[in-house]
Structures are given as structure tokens and as C-alpha cells.
Design a protein around this ligand. Sequence first.
Ligand SMILES: Nc1ncnc2c1ncn2[C@@H]1O[C@H](COP(=O)(O)OP(=O)(O)OP(=O)(O)O)[C@@H](O)[C@H]1O
Length: 593
Amino acid sequence: MGGLVEVTGLTKSFGRQNIWHDVTLTLPPGEITALLGPSGTGKSVFLKALIGLLEPEEGEILIDGVDMVSSRESQRLELRKKFGVLFQDGALFGSMNVYDNVAFPLREHTKLPEAKVRDLVMEKLGLVGLAGQEHKLPGQISGGMKKRAGLARALVTDPEIILIDEPDSGLDPVRTSNLAQLLMEVNAATDTTMLVVTHNIELARTLPDNLGMLYRRELVMFGPREEFLLTDHPVVSQFMSGDPDGPIGMSEETDHSTTDVDAYDEFDLAGQPGGATALLSRHAGARPIEVLPRQLSPRTGMPRAGGDRHRERVASGAARLYVADDEESDRERPVPTRGLATRALTGVGDLFALALDTIRETFKRPFAARETLEQFWFVVSVSWIPAMLVAIPFGAVIALQLGTLTVQIGAQSFTGAASVLAVVQQAAPIVTTLVIAGAGGAAICAEIGTRRIRDEIDAMRVMGISPVQRLVVPRVIACVLAAVLLNGLVSVVGVLGGYFFNVVVQGGTPGAYLSSFTALAQISDLWVGEIKAVIFGFVAGVVACYRGLNTAPGPKGVGDAVNQSVVITFLLLFFVNFVITTLYLQLVPGKGA
Ligand SMILES: Nc1ncnc2c1ncn2[C@@H]1O[C@H](COP(=O)(O)OP(=O)(O)OP(=O)(O)O)[C@@H](O)[C@H]1O
């Protein structure tokens, strides 16, 4: 039997915007439930809250008795293994073909031989009508095909609870009907608990056992289809008839505030098929609610355990229709908001937490070695040319400036040591990491941000896979290794540039340049440059990943994230450089001091 989901008093806001409050409902095990509501009423947000991808401010979500809201992330990863989720746009991983996308959860969570994986993947692809398309990348298939591939991936592990966000978007009417029929067959075969978020009235009438509707920041109605579909509630009846006239308008803000049933005239439709009583709104053009439509049944003729249990609950009176209190819904609720300082501190705390998680997850198995190498190669390939091009003029400027200064104070013989130390300890690590942050870090942030807005990160978390281990650790290690490698190269190029300008342009002698270095510098002076490169590379990688993972929705969100990632990294690098340099000069006495 499928999992039991019990939601109590759930409230969610974004900043000052309250999405919904005090939502209480139960998804009975093995039954199909549909969640309806006009656009923007928070149906997708509700779905994401159920699987712990968004934090509600209040309430609890019990999954077979375990609270998702108060669980730690590691517990949530385990709880989420009970779920299969189909996101609005499919959330396929863009770098994998359809076959690998569907095989992904099996390869991650089972030790099945590849032949068995192949059988299961091809079976699910056949179910959703995608056999023969398995080699295509998500960018090469239509929106509807992505949706079906996403469904195959959600089904492949035979989850206990399936959440489906708008199954009909991107599908033509025939495929939508086929998909509804498929969900019914899957439910009959597996007795899985299902929650379907939809606008599709036909789907809502014929598929679910229970229905709920979100409107004006609350759950206006929830209960068995037998009562919900024949309700006289003005909001629900308008929505279910698709009528333009009624309390629901173009936007939540301008909608009529009343959902009062008494504002509508009642008509007895005794002569209508089924003899149902229906309501007609006073507004012109309104259509009465129909008689209870026939529910889909499995074509295979297989009995549906969830459906039988549902009928028993209805017959015994245990399944009751919940209707929200109209006065309660109009009450203004203060939304708790956080000040600028609190938000800034929370951001710093979250960044620090990600840095600690990255260190911890680096030692967890399996280690994504291939991804790390690919990222390392990527960061080096986009950073090395700009790093070299910056290193030459940087080394030259330092050599010229110090050469002039040492002549002015009569210490020309120390020019070599001063230039080399300035390049190796200060210029090289900073130049290297600024270039890595600007080139590699920006690209990493944009890539993770794009994955985030396409729901790929959420899809990963839903499959019980930690994005920190899978995405952040390889990228941070790649930035660290690239920083160490490029720091060495930039140091050599900078020192050679300094030698050229000091000896060739300023007329210094090669011997004096080299001997002053050995007289004043020590081996730890060289090491500190590499240690800085490690720390700066880590900072650049973590900040890029942090901003990517917290990208706001839309292309603008990605642009802002990249911009902030580079700016934050620059600020942090100069601050951390100041701290390390001060500590080093305090703790390690200079040679001859
Ligand atoms: N991560 C987020 N940050 C801030 N606001 C968000 C976020 N996600 C959703 N919202 C806001 O929450 C509200 C509800 O969004 P949601 O996508 O859940 O609506 P919906 O009912 O699923 O709409 P539709 O049917 O059009 O998909 C919208 O105003 C949206 O802008």
C-alpha cells in the first residue's frame, strides 16, 4: 500500500507574500488526489513543501508518521526515497540522454546489474510512449516528451508516493487522456498514493478519488470527489465549469473577496440526468455544475485497492468534505518578515554551512572523480590564458615600482627579493583566483543556477542525492586544484617578468637579483603563496556554488547570481588575504629578523 501523507496547519510565505496558510489535509494511502486552483495560488509551492524542498514557516508534514518539516537534510534524503516526482517541465538532467535520465535513480540507489536496469528503463519508456527516443538529449525532444520522460523517471523506482505537477502541460488532449489512463493503471498495479496538481478540468473530474482547491491563500475545499464535484461552493463551481464570471478573476489581488454561498441562487435540476441539485451564479453566462462524472477505471480490468478503500471510507462517512470558513479567509494575517541585517547574517551563515558541508561531503563515498576531472579541466581551460596575460604586466609593474623605490632608498641590491616575494606571496594567488572566480566561478555559478531554475537540483534532492556531494564537491575541488596549478604558473611567469624588467629594462645585474632573493626569502615564503591559492580557490568555488544553488527564478535570477558570485568572491578574497598575510607576518619571523 502507498504512503500516508498528513499535512497539518501548513503556512508558507516568501518575504512579505503569504502563499497559503493553515493548510490541513490527508492524502489517503493508495488513493489519487488532485489539487486544483487558479494560476499562482501556490500549488507547485505546496508540492515542493511536501517533499521538503521549501521550508514552511508553520505546520507539519507527516510521511508515514515522520515529520518532513523538522527532519534534518540527511533524514529528508531518506524520506524522499519514498517519492517519485514529476516536475512541471520534467526537470530532466540536460547533460544526459533520456535513457540515462530514467536509469539515474536506479543506478544511484540500487545495485541492479545493467541488464536489469535496461529492462526496467525500457519498460517505463514503453509505458509513456518513448521507446525508440531513449538516445535523445532533453534539448532534442518536445516539451510533452520531456514531461513523459520525467514521468518514466518518477515511476522507475516504484515509489510509494507519486507527486505530479501539471501532467497535461505541453500535451495534446489525446495524450493527456492517455496519460490520465496511464496514471490510473499505475495506481491499480502498485497501489501508490498519488497527488496530481492540475488545471485540467477533465482530468480533475475523471481521475482522482479526492480533490482539493487552493484559492486566496487557503485551502477552500478538500474531500472526496463524490461531494467535491457536486458542491455548491461559488469558487469551486466557477473553477470546475471554467466560467469567466464569478469570484475568480484574472488575478488573485483583484478577485472578489466573497466566497459566500448565499450570494448565489439555487436551482433544482431534478429533471437533469442524475437528478442533481446544482447552482447557477447570478452572473450572466454561468453554467450549472454537472452530475457526478464517471471516474476512469483501469482498462486491464484490474481491481483498484485504493479505489475500493476510498468507496468504503465514503460509505462509512469517514471521508468528509472540508469547506473553509469564509470569514476566516478574509482575515488579514501578518506575515513575519526578516530585516536586512537578519537576512544578511542568514546568508553568511548559509554560506559558511555550505563550506562545512563541502568539506564533510568530500570524504563521503562515492567520490565523483570523473566530474571533478572534467570540472578541473574546464576551469583550467577557461582561466589559464587570462591568468598568464594578467601575470606578465602584473610582474612587470611590481618589478618597476619596487625597482624605483629600492633605488630611491639606496637598497637596490634587494630589488630581486622584494619583487619575487611580492609576486609569489601576494600578486600570484590573488591574480590567479580573481581570474578563476571571474572565468571559471562565473561559469560554474551560471551552470548550477540554470540547473536550479530548471528544477534539476530539486529533482536530484528528490531522488535522495545530495547536490553538495554530486555537484558542489567536484567543482570546489576543481577550483582548488586549478588555483594551485595556475598559481605556480603565474608565479613563474611573474618572477620571470620581474627579472626581465629589473635586469634588462632597469639595468640591474642578474647576480644581485638572485642573491638578494636567497638572502632575504625563506622556503615558507614560497609555501604561503600555495596555501593562499588553496584557500582562495576554495572560497571562489564555494561562493560560485552557493549563489548558483540559491538562484532566484528566471534568467534574470541567473544573471544576478553570477554578478553577485563574482563580487562576493572578490570582496572575500581581499579580506581573507589580509587576514592570512597579517597572521603569517606575525607568526613567521622574516629571515634575518
Ligand atoms: N522560490 C520562490 N521564491 C519566491 N516566490 C516564489 C518562489 N516560488 C514560487 N513563488 C511565488 O509563489 C506563488 C505561487 O507559485 P506557484 O508556482 O506555486 O503557483 P501555481 O499555483 O503552481 O501556479 P501555476 O498553476 O501557474 O503553475 C507565485 O506568486 C510565485 O511567484
